[in-house]
Design a protein around this ligand. Structure first.
Ligand code: UD1
Length: 379
């Protein structure tokens, strides 16, 4: 029997929406490695809605998970603990060669922690990103997951400095590029036209024909949407942006719930603002690709807009993805109304950031991972 055949499977974990587009190319690369690397897919069920999970699995051609832990929503403690409790017997059942986690969601940390305590190697894809904002749940997940990891795959070179500063051995770290961009490249041809996306929800498509084009908005960070004053301020600013360029607002369930709870519905019920529920991957790619600009607090959209060369305004004070600002199309505007309107005006005047594609954001990051992983696991 070959070494690969004796090897336990690579246990790949997904939980929440941003994990799915990162994992899809990794699974394909493991399968197409010569010889294929055995793998199993575990979905924690952190995201469970049709719109937040199932439709993305379909769009991305992800295989049906071997196991779904069906944890659902809860406080951070409950969600994390529940994932850990349900993941442990799955590790016992499959006896994997390693647990491979992606990104920075609660599922990432929970499964890494269970694995390391059971002596199973942990592999982290998208390691070393730091916002230096410990108030952000994802930052805690990033720092701790990296500390627990045996092999760390980096999307940008600056991540290595962060990891070295935290005492992580450089030999564990490999700069491979961005698997999220692998997904974008392999799916961009299939992106859904924006008019079709709006039409599917019975929304008029004339806003897409405006001479300024249209902008795309997403907001879901607790720091932006959980406080009524902050959310109201941001929605009022979005209203002012909409007066200059019509907006397509893709509303996350957390944000929708808070808009309703705080009685702010009138701020998004505007003529020049089309409000959509969470969209599939191909719909989002289509909306972004044709947009004049994107306003967001998402990490993934900061990267995807850089890959598309579409100007992005990040509605946060910090980013864990500095390369999108240094080389890409990203501008940090925080919650600053003036900075937002000024940047929008610049973009509409034709002075938006053009950016360039960062090193190794070339569609082959997952292949670099599978090649390295095979050598590392067998070595
Ligand atoms: C999680 C991630 C965040 C990521 C985001 C993408 C953590 C700490 N946060 O945040 O990094 O950017 O996913 O969406 O892991 N809900 C649904 N349907 C679902 C899932 C959630 O309606 O399928 C609602 C629930 O009311 C839930 C709320 O959305 O309480 C928030 O979901 P949760 O998974 O706790 O965090 P996100 O804000 O989605």
């Amino acid at each position: 029997m070959s070494d690969e055949a004796e090897m336990g499977p690579v246990m790949c974990v997904v939980g929440a929406r941003p994990n799915f587009m990162k994992m899809a190319p990794i699974l394909r690369a493991l399968d197409s490695h010569e010889p294929p690397l055995p793998r199993v897919l575990v979905h924690t069920g952190q995201h469970y809605d049709q719109a937040m999970s199932d439709s993305l699995f379909r769009d991305l051609g992800l295989p049906h998970p071997n196991v779904n832990l069906e944890v659902g929503s809860g406080t951070h403690a409950v969600q994390t603990a529940e994932i850990m409790r349900r993941f442990e017997p799955v590790l016992d059942q499959f006896n994997p060669s390693c647990v491979l986690v992606v990104g920075d969601v609660n599922s990432t940390l929970a499964c890494a922690l269970v694995a390391v305590k059971k002596g199973v190697k942990v592999v982290h894809v998208e390691a070393g990103l730091r916002s230096r904002d410990r108030g952000m749940p994802e930052e805690i997940n990033r720092v701790l997951t990296d500390q627990l990891s045996d092999r760390l795959y980096l999307t940008e070179r600056s991540a290595l400095d962060n990891l070295l500063r935290e005492g992580i051995d450089a030999e564990r770290c490999v700069f491979v590029g961005n698997v999220m961009i692998d997904s974008l490249q392999s799916n961009r041809e299939r992106a859904k036209p924006p008019a079709q996306t709006l039409g599917a929800h019975g929304l008029p498509t004339d806003i897409l024909q405006h001479r300024a084009g249209y902008g795309v908005v997403t907001l879901h960070r607790p720091s932006n949407v959980d406080d009524p004053t902050v959310l109201e301020h941001l929605l009022r600013t979005m209203g002012e942006v909409a007066a200059r360029v019509p907006l397509v607002f893709v509303l996350h369930p957390r944000t929708r719930a808070n808009v309703e709870r705080f009685g702010l519905g009138h701020l998004i019920d505007r003529e020049r603002m089309a409000v959509l529920p969470p969209q599939g991957y191909l719909e989002m790619l289509g909306l972004m690709a044709d947009a004049t600009l994107v306003l967001t607090d998402s990490g993934g959209l900061q990267e995807e807009t850089t890959a598309f060369g579409v100007p992005c305004l990040t509605l946060r004070e910090n980013t864990e993805r500095p390369i999108t600002v240094e080389q890409g199309t990203n501008t940090m505007v925080g919650r600053d109304r003036e900075a937002t309107l000024r940047t929008v005006a610049d973009i509409l005047a034709g002075w938006g950031k053009q950016g360039r594609i960062p090193e190794f954001w070339d569609g082959h990051a997952a292949q670099r991972i599978s090649a390295d992983l095979a050598g590392w696991l067998l070595g």
